[in-house]
Design a binder for this molecule. Sequence first.
Ligand SMILES: NC(=O)C1=CN([C@@H]2O[C@H](COP(=O)(O)OP(=O)(O)OC[C@H]3O[C@@H](n4cnc5c(N)ncnc54)[C@H](OP(=O)(O)O)[C@@H]3O)[C@@H](O)[C@H]2O)C=CC1
Ligand SMILES: CC(=O)N[C@@H](CCC(=O)OP(=O)(O)O)C(=O)O
Length: 307
Amino acid sequence: MTKTVFIDGAAGTTGLEIADRLTGRAEFELILLDDARRKDDAARAQALNAADFVILCLPDDAAKAAVGMIRNDTTRVIDASSAHRVAPGWTYGFPEVVGRDTVAAARFVSNPGCYPTGFIALVAPLVKAGLLPADWPYVCHAVSGYSGGGKALIGRFEEDGDIAFRAYGLALGHKHVPEMTAHVGLTHAPIFAPAVVPAHRGMLVEVPLHLSMMPKTGDPAALRAALAEFYAGSEIVTVVDDQPDELLLRASMAPVDTLTLRVLGAADGSQARMVAMLDNLGKGASGAAVQNLNLMAGLSETAGLRL
Ligand SMILES: NC(=O)C1=CN([C@@H]2O[C@H](COP(=O)(O)OP(=O)(O)OC[C@H]3O[C@@H](n4cnc5c(N)ncnc54)[C@H](OP(=O)(O)O)[C@@H]3O)[C@@H](O)[C@H]2O)C=CC1
Ligand SMILES: CC(=O)N[C@@H](CCC(=O)OP(=O)(O)O)C(=O)O
């Protein structure tokens, strides 16, 4: 039976890409609000309560308010914002990590942040397997395309064509740190150093490791093998066993919903650089939302995705 889906924030960067992935799919019918009504609370409340599934593609405050507008106990919610990622009563929408059945059964699902998707994908399985310590002071460097900052950052980068690299989060305490800590089960918050490059989409998330100084670690090959085993069978998450000289983000990158993981090691095994590559609007946002929607609707998790 066709399920109705209301994307609140459908005119935004994430919302548009979700609608794109749902176009032509007979299993879902979109509830659409025209431009004049898309921010009208009465129209939104009606849509929020009429839909089988609601996908929130809004700023955090608006996402919290939207949840408060749902007055029934049947509408199921996927929130793309960071409002509910460590909130009680919400399932963290990372099916490979929390379990596909857990997401499939949930009513309130919070999509992971784009950077945490890379960090958690690399670190969580290895901590769980006892190959990396939970009480280590991890560091995470990352670069993102500017669409990661939504319409405002897209506008800024497209108007100011002279930004070559934007380091930010310099006061630490980026809003993604709580979910990175909680969903790996770390004792200490990681130091998170994000940056933006002048490409529309794409991201590279890196976790460098001083393996020889760490307790309870495997060597790079053991870490890689454990990740490969953890993600075996996934069409979305792939662990690549290679040692490239460079990893490139292309400014012309097409939308893609995959997540590619590498553990690159020093020849003597003393150090490693774990690297995740993804599309911030793919597995980092819209692709993840559609994957979660598929699971919640009892469908193949990859239906409509760009693999
Ligand atoms: N971009 C990305 O790569 C990722 C984004 N996210 C998260 O997804 C959410 C959406 O982000 P993104 O699409 O990038 O942001 P955008 O700014 O591109 O889009 C947000 C949309 O929400 C609309 N909006 C704002 N307030 C309201 C309201 N009260 N009622 C109805 N609509 C409203 C905006 O309207 P208007 O067009 O008028 O401004 C805009 O269309 C954010 O929480 C973001 O943090 C998560 C992971 C990755
Ligand atoms: C480049 C850029 O600005 N990125 C955003 C994160 C994008 C994302 O993951 O959205 P959530 O904040 O909803 O998780 C930032 O750092 O705030």
